[in-house]
Design a protein around this ligand. Structure first.
Ligand code: AOF
Ligand code: ZN
Length: 347
C-alpha cells in the first residue's frame, strides 16, 4: 500500500533523529516505530560503528511484543547481515512488525537485501519515501559504499573569469565572508581535508573548521599531498588532528589509505594542480565552485589540466544547487556521469 501522510511525517522525524548520530564509518540512520493508527511508539538512532542500529535501538524501548503489528520507519533499508550488530531485518521480523517503510536502499554487498528478506517473511515493505532528503544526509556514504573508495568533494573559489589568484599569487580574499562561512560549515562535515604542498607553502592554511573565531566541535583530519616538506612551523601542524602526509602523486593509493583510516568523506581544497589531478582521475564526486563578482585576469586559473584537451572530452556537470552567498554564487555540481571505482590492483 502507498505510504500515508503520517508515515511521511514520521520519516521526516526519523531523518532528524539520524542527525543525532555521529559522523563515522557508518551512515547516520534514524528509525521510528508507529502503532497501526500512526501513533509514535518508539524512536531510535544509530550512535556509530559498533553500537545498535537505529531500528534495534527503537525496538529496545518497547516491551516484549510491543511492536506486534506495528510499522517501522527507517531512513535506510534495514540491514541483512550480522556485522558488529544486526541483522535488523531479522530483528524486525522477530518483533512482529507488519510493515516497514524506508527511504534508501543499502548498497552494501553484504548488508543490503534486508527489504527482500522482510518481504519474504510476509512483511509489507515500501521504499523511496523522502529519498531525496535522505540522500542529502547520507549521499556521500552511499557513493563511498558503492565505489569502495572515499567520496570526494573538490572545492575552489574563483573570480568570474575563472582565476583562483591574482597574477602575483595573492588570493585573499576573492570570495566574501558568507562564502567563507559556508566553506567552514562544509569542512566540518568532511572526514578529511586535502591540500597539496604548494598550497601549504603559499597560503599556510590551518585546515580547521571554524565558526567565527571558534573551532567547530567536529574537525576533519588534515591531509597534505606532495613531495615538498611541510615546514615545522606550518599552521597545519597545529591542527587538533595529527596531519597525514603523502609523498606521492598516486591518488588511488591516497584514497585507498584514507579509506583504511575510516576517512570516507574527503574534501579537496586545492590548489589548482591537486584539484585538477582529482578531476582528471575521475574522482570528483561533487564540485563546489564559489564564484565571486571580480575579474582578475592573468595566468592563475582555478583548474589546469584535467585531461580534457577538446570540447568533446569536457567534463559535463549536473548542477544540483545554486546558492547565493552575499555577492558570490556557489555552484554545487556532480559529473553528469558518476565517479570511478578504484582500478584493479590499486588497493
Ligand atoms: C541498519 N540500521 O542504523 C545502520 C545500518 O558493522 P555494523 O554492524 O554496524 O554494520 C554497518 C553497516 O550496516 C553499514 O555499513 C550499513 O550498511 C548498515 N547500517 N543499517 O539497518 C542502521 N547504521
Ligand atoms: Zn542493521
Amino acid at each position: 500500500m502507498a505510504h500515508s501522510r503520517a508515515e511521511e511525517r514520521a520519516m521526516s522525524r526519523a531523518l532528524e533523529l539520524a542527525l543525532r548520530g555521529p559522523r563515522s564509518r557508518n551512515p547516520q540512520v534514524g528509525a521510528l516505530i508507529l502503532s497501526p493508527d500512526g501513533e509514535i511508539l518508539a524512536e531510535g538512532w544509530h550512535r556509530g560503528a559498533g553500537t545498535a542500529h537505529a531500528e534495534v535501538d527503537a525496538l529496545s524501548h518497547l516491551p516484549e511484543g510491543g511492536a506486534a503489528g506495528a510499522t517501522a520507519i527507517v531512513t535506510l533499508e534495514p540491514c541483512n547481515h550480522t556485522g558488529r550488530t544486526g541483522p535488523c531485518a531479522e530483528a524486525l521480523i522477530r518483533a512482529g512488525v507488519a510493515r516497514v517503510v524506508y527511504a534508501l536502499d543499502d548498497p552494501g554487498e553484504v548488508s543490503g537485501g534486508g527489504g527482500r528478506r522482510l518481504r519474504a517473511a510476509g512483511v509489507d515493505v515500501e521504499s523511496g519515501v523522502l529519498a531525496d532528503e535522505a540522500l542529502a544526509l547520507i549521499g556521500p556514504w552511499l557513493t563511498a559504499t558503492r565505489l569502495g573508495r572515499p567520496h570526494v568533494t573538490v572545492k575552489w573559489a574563483q573570480s568570474l573569469d575563472g582565476r583562483a589568484a591574482a597574477a602575483d599569487g595573492t588570493s585573499q580574499w576573492i570570495t566574501g565572508p558568507a562564502s567563507r562561512a559556508d566553506v567552514h560549515a562544509r569542512r566540518a562535515q568532511a572526514d578529511a581535508i586535502v591540500v597539496g604542498t604548494g598550497t601549504v607553502l603559499a597560503d599556510d592554511p590551518a585546515l580547521t573548521a571554524r565558526d567565527g573565531g571558534t573551532l567547530h566541535p567536529e574537525q576533519p583530519v588534515p591531509v597534505v599531498i606532495g613531495a615538498r616538506e611541510t615546514p615545522a612551523g606550518a599552521a597545519v601542524r597545529a591542527h587538533p588532528h595529527e596531519p597525514l602526509f603523502y609523498d606521492t602523486h598516486d591518488l588511488a593509493f591516497v584514497l585507498a589509505d584514507l579509506w583504511d583510516h575510516g576517512l570516507h568523506r574527503v574534501f579537496v581544497e586545492g590548489g589548482p594542480t591537486l584539484a585538477s589531478a582529482f578531476m582528471a582521475a575521475g574522482y570528483a564526486d561533487r564540485i563546489l565552485a564559489y564564484v565571486a563578482p571580480v575579474i582578475l585576469g592573468g595566468p592563475r586559473v582555478a583548474l589546469t589540466d584535467i585531461g580534457a584537451p577538446s570540447i568533446d572530452r569536457a567534463l559535463r556537470l549536473r548542477v544540483t544547487d545554486r546558492i547565493a552567498l552575499g555577492d558570490d554564487t556557489l555552484y554545487v555540481a556532480e559529473p553528469a556521469s558518476s565517479g570511478s571505482a578504484p582500478e584493479e590492483g590499486d588497493r
